[in-house]
Design a protein around this ligand. Sequence first.
Ligand code: BMP
Length: 215
Amino acid sequence: KTGIILALDVTDEENAIRVTEAVADMVDAVKIGYPLVLGTGLQIVSKLSRYAPIIADFKVADIPNTDRLICEHVFKAGCAAIIVQGFTGPDSLAECVKTANEFGGKVFVVSEMSHPGGDYFFTDEISKEIAALAKKSGAFGIVAPATRPERVKELRAVIGADLKIISPGVGAQGGSAADTIKAGADWVIVGRSIYNAADPKAEAEKVKSEIEKLI
Ligand code: BMP
């Protein structure tokens, strides 16, 4: 385990494969989302999953039936996990977890977002409620902001040791990998600072050694 998930928000196949190939040994998973899937199609999953498990970041937020239809596509395409919103409530979340379980897949629930406006609606109380709901629903983990390590720590206290925390916001958004892991995250999610680097592998190595120093 390296503790790093690559956020692959490039929009074409050539770059997607080039970056993934370069850093495959350095990351535990690759997170893809609308930028890459709308740019290339869902078949990109089978091309990338040779290198690493794929997390589909579609922030699913709909009624249970629509959630199920989305989750089915994602897991049939070969994704290992999906990221969903929690504010849609317990029934939507339960349907995502149920569908994921049918495919042996995992669900991560967004509990609070990392950008400056990310705590405008996701206040401390609401984030904690969403994290608690994620735990109750049987989700595999939550998404918590590396830009606010103190929030990662608080959310860890809510979910306990059973659920995993994946944290975006390291690098381009100003968060520190070491501080985020110290606060209780299992993985940091890193995008632009790796895929836009002249040498993505060297950049991933830097993050990896920053995390290794903590052990
Ligand atoms: P970057 O390292 O380039 O900032 O990328 C972060 C990735 O994590 C992006 O794919 C972004 O959509 C996602 N993300 C985030 O930055 N903050 C959140 O709260 C939730 C996210 O999924």
